[in-house]
Design a protein around this ligand. Sequence first.
Ligand SMILES: [Cu+2]
Length: 257
Amino acid sequence: MSTVKKSLALAAAGAACVAIPLSTASSAMADSSGTTYLSAHLTQLNESGASATVTGTLKGDQLSIKIVDSGLLAGAPHAQHIHVGGTNSCPSPTEKGTGVDGHLRVADAQDSYGAIAQSLTTSGDTSPASGLAVTRFPVGTATYSRTFTVPAATATALKDGKAVIVQHGVDYNKDGKYSGSSKSELDPSLPEEATDPADCGVVQASQMSMMPGGGVNTGFASTKDSNNSTAIAGGAAAVAIGAAGVLVMRRRQRTNV
Ligand SMILES: [Cu+2]
């Protein structure tokens, strides 16, 4: 009985203690939501002419990812994956492989970027099993956006900067489709062109929301900007714009997670 009272008293005291240090200045810099901000710039392999910009967030096991690409073969599906393993890096853009005319195949690049950890499909399964699910990958040059659950190992790799994103499919002979007598080492029913890597980039991770170079221009519309960027980016944006409106808007932002 008195034990209960005592523990209640202790609990109350504890609650009072944690309530005191609410407004330390340093806490404004940390991301209390535990969000990891992701970005990558994918550059060409196999002289594909393809590139892509990747942005995203990781909250717990929820990955939200957006890929805006260019230069990929129109009208054809492009497999895209998060790869983990190897040296967690992209092959040199000039590296030669075992494919036709010395092109770099997936197998040639495994030492650099490892195996498929997640398939960045448009719907359904995102596991390695969907690595060549050609009906569920974006077609041509596209903007891809999806939120899905990732296994703990993938989340850790993303946070540690050890994840690499690769898009596949290169039209070497410029005939507007995947063709040629050389077959994919991954699926002999597909031409090599369908699976060779087209571009690649290592995912950078940060605990801070990155205000992109053009962030000032999008400042008004971008209410989704993390509140945690306010302390850092807010000052810079205000200086750049010289408008009080930005500050007013940012002050109105709630500290929701
Ligand atoms: Cu891949």
